[in-house]
Design a protein around this ligand. Structure first.
Ligand code: AMP
Length: 271
């Protein structure tokens, strides 16, 4: 596997490669990320991952400094799964990224309410990567469903010729969605966190037949009893993220909570 530490390394790799299948990450890799790489490996061409903790998507009071980093282990995982190359830009990579805005209608809902800077930062860094790499295919996890929709919208409205692929959420044995931030929880918090997907799934499954407003209140109360601080618990249209008052096919049931200082998100789509 090629480890590309500079733009020079990247350009040399790109010159000798045909189709590029790109998997952007912030590192501290787990099986969720590796599933994206495995998916990318199925496509014609080479698989290129990136590891870069993007400062543009953190506000000053967020966890940029303590965001978990484990580069050596990440490289071993990627090599073992036959990733062809990994681009690890320097920390100042973001400074040359033109600052773009994400689709307002999609980015100011859900996570965009408590993290108003977030999706602009994501789109700015991805645009920078895409300009340099010009990938044919890109792979994003559906755990971050809002991000997936916003990147998809960005690509549809850009001149890039890039196909986006959404990869289902990978979960721990107890059902918790895998996340780099899971490592930031204390053992007590981690034990507690297993209730999150259970409650979310229960409410999501019942959303087909029960009143959504009542279910939302019940879901929030059950989580708050277990010391989760709920940022949002929403039933949404899975294309435009508008909140739903009544169930419709493909309803997105999405949640963001905090356990102590650790922010966790998850979702299910109910057909
Ligand atoms: P991150 O390193 O958190 O920026 O994530 C990089 C990519 O991995 C994003 O497309 C995420 O949606 C995806 N990802 C993170 N966790 C999971 C998971 N549990 N299952 C599937 N994809 C994931």
């Amino acid at each position: 596997m090629y480890v590309l530490n500079s733009l020079n390394d990247l350009n040399q790799f790109l010159e000798s490669s045909e189709a590029i299948n790109f998997v952007p990450t912030m590192g501290n890799l787990h099986d969720g990320h590796l599933k994206l790489v495995a998916e990318a490996n199925k496509f014609h061409g080479v698989t290129l991952a990136s590891i870069y903790v993007n400062p543009l998507q953190f506000s000053p009071n967020e966890d940029l400094d303590i965001y978990p980093r484990s580069l050596d282990q990440d490289l071993t995982y990627l090599e073992n799964i036959s990733c062809d190359a990994v681009f690890c830009p320097k920390s100042d990579f973001a400074k040359d990224a033109p600052k773009l805005s994400a689709n307002l209608l999609l980015s100011k809902k859900l996570c965009g309410i408590s993290r108003p800077h977030f999706f602009d930062g994501v789109i700015s860094i991805l645009n920078h990567f895409f300009q340099l790499i010009k990938p044919n295919n890109v792979f994003f996890g559906l755990k971050d469903y809002q991000q997936y929709l916003i990147v998809k919208d960005f690509l549809i409205n850009s001149d890039f010729n890039i196909d986006i692929h959404g990869v289902p959420t990978q979960r721990e044995e107890d059902g918790l969605a895998m996340s780099s931030r899971n490592n930031l929880m204390s053992s007590q918090q981690r034990l507690n966190a297993k209730h999150l997907p259970v409650i979310l799934k229960d409410i999501a499954q019942r959303s087909k037949h029960e009143n959504l407003a009542d279910l939302k209140i019940e879901g929030i109360q059950r989580l708050e009893k277990l010391n989760f601080s709920v940022d949002y618990f929403l039933f949404c249209n899975s294309t435009n993220l508008e909140e739903l008052l009544e169930f419709e096919p493909d309803t997105l049931v999405a949640i963001a909570v905090k356990l102590g200082n650790v922010r966790l998100i998850d979702n299910f789509i109910i057909q």
